[in-house]
Every structure is written in structure tokens, then in C-alpha cells.
Write a protein that binds this ligand. Structure first.
Ligand code: NI
Length: 239
């Protein structure tokens, strides 16, 4: 069995256990082949979706049995509704990255509510559900205004600055240098170089026993109950 499949089935087993769909003794198939220690990590993608890159990323993640989290910009989601639906249908987590990628730090309460709320409404219309987790653009929000946010907020612990170099090898190296169990990795699925880097990182880390899960799953695996208005940089708890 290829390692990524072992990882995939291990993830499926553990997640099923967490949601109580499977009895413990049947949770994990092929236990003997599972790497001694499994580490969990979350890939996150901002600023999409974008035709030509997000779809290629979804194909690659599916082949590898890896899950990720996508913080979507409303203007892009409105343009590519089929990609938004596909992201959710393939088991990834969908999050909110504001309607027009506005800086929330220093913004008025009215702007924060409009930028977050308008995107949330679109996601609810496209996907059903509600309470899409927020990644503030640039990871910033004015202290004190978190009380306006009704959902958990997600930052990151590994930033390869993929938007700056747009160089696959550099991005891969930067991630592998800093990644640890429970890391949250920041990437942008609007660049082909970042998609290539993400898939290389999945191949490398799955071979080392890492499983790629959504941010929500990563927190749950660590026994963390996500809270509205709190900022999470890793899977181990709020900052
Ligand atoms: Ni962004």
C-alpha cells in the first residue's frame, strides 16, 4: 500500500472515530502498516478560488488523499461558484477571507461587518451551512474588534511567502524548514507555483508520516474546542 493511502485511511479512520460513526475496533484499516507516529498538519490557501490553479490543486489533493482549508475571497467565489462547491464536495474546509480582501486592521465596525457578512452570505447561498471561519487578510484585525467576529479566526505558523518568490523550489524549501506537527501553513492557490509547491510538500511529508487535515480537524484532533473571536496559529490552541 502506498504511504499516502495509508495516511489517507488513517485519517479517515480517526476522523470517523471523532464524529462517532465507527466503533473503535474497526476505525483503522491496516494498522500494522501505519507509520509509528502520525503527525497532523494543515495546508491553507488564501485569495482564491481561481480557475486553472484551484482546480489543478483539487485534482492533486484528491490523488494524494489530502485535505486542506480554503479561505475564499467573495469576489472570486462569486466568479467561480462551481469551484467553491467542488472544494466543499471534496471534503475540504471552506473559510471566509472577506468580500474584497480588505484590511480589517484599522477598519470601522461597519466595514468589518459588511466585508465579512457579505462573503458569509454568498457562501451560505452556495453551500448551505453557516459560520464560515475567518482569516483576516494579512492576518490582522484591530485588537478589541474581535468581538465583532462570530466565528473562530485562523492565522498561520508557517509562511513561505509564496506570493513574493513565486518559485516552487523556494516555497517547498521554506515550508519543509519550518513545518512541525500541528503547523498551519499559509499558501495562495492563485499561483501555479504555489500549487506545485503544495503538492510536492504533500508528497514529501506524507512519506514522513504526516497527514493533511483541515484546520477544523486539526483543532479537534488536539482536543481544542474552537471559539468565536479567538485567533488560531497552530492546531494546539488560540494565541
Ligand atoms: Ni489574502
Amino acid at each position: 500500500m502506498r504511504k499516502q493511502w495509508i495516511c489517507f485511511w488513517l485519517c479517515v479512520g480517526l476522523l470517523s472515530l471523532l464524529v462517532g460513526k465507527m466503533p473503535a475496533d474497526r476505525a483503522v484499516d491496516g494498522t500494522a502498516q501505519i507509520p509509528a507516529e502520525t503527525h497532523y498538519v494543515a495546508l491553507t490557501f488564501d485569495d482564491g478560488p481561481r480557475q486553472g490553479t484551484t482546480d489543478r490543486l483539487l485534482d492533486g489533493l484528491k490523488e494524494r488523499g489530502a485535505s486542506a482549508t480554503f479561505f475564499l475571497v467573495g469576489e472570486q467565489a462569486e466568479r467561480y461558484p462551481e469551484l467553491v462547491k467542488r472544494i466543499q464536495a471534496e471534503g475540504h474546509q471552506v473559510g471566509n477571507h472577506t468580500w474584497s480582501h480588505v484590511r480589517l486592521e484599522g477598519a470601522s465596525a461597519a466595514v468589518i461587518q459588511e466585508e465579512v457578512g457579505k462573503n458569509d452570505e454568498l457562501l451560505e447561498t452556495l453551500l448551505g451551512g453557516s459560520g464560515y471561519w475567518l482569516r483576516p487578510p494579512y492576518g490582522l484585525i484591530t485588537p478589541g474588534t474581535e468581538t465583532l467576529i462570530q466565528v473562530p479566526m485562523v492565522k498561520w505558523s508557517v509562511d513561505p511567502r509564496d506570493w513574493e518568490s513565486k518559485n516552487t523550489e523556494k516555497v517547498v524549501r521554506a515550508i519543509l524548514k519550518d513545518v512541525k506537527p500541528n503547523s498551519i501553513i499559509l499558501l495562495h492557490d492563485i499561483y501555479g507555483t504555489s500549487v506545485d509547491a503544495a503538492l510536492k510538500v504533500v508528497d514529501t511529508l506524507e512519506a514522513q508520516g504526516y497527514c493533511f487535515v483541515t484546520v477544523e480537524e486539526l483543532l479537534r484532533l488536539n482536543g481544542v474546542t474552537p471559539e468565536a473571536g479567538k485567533l488560531y496559529r497552530t492546531g494546539t490552541g488560540p494565541t
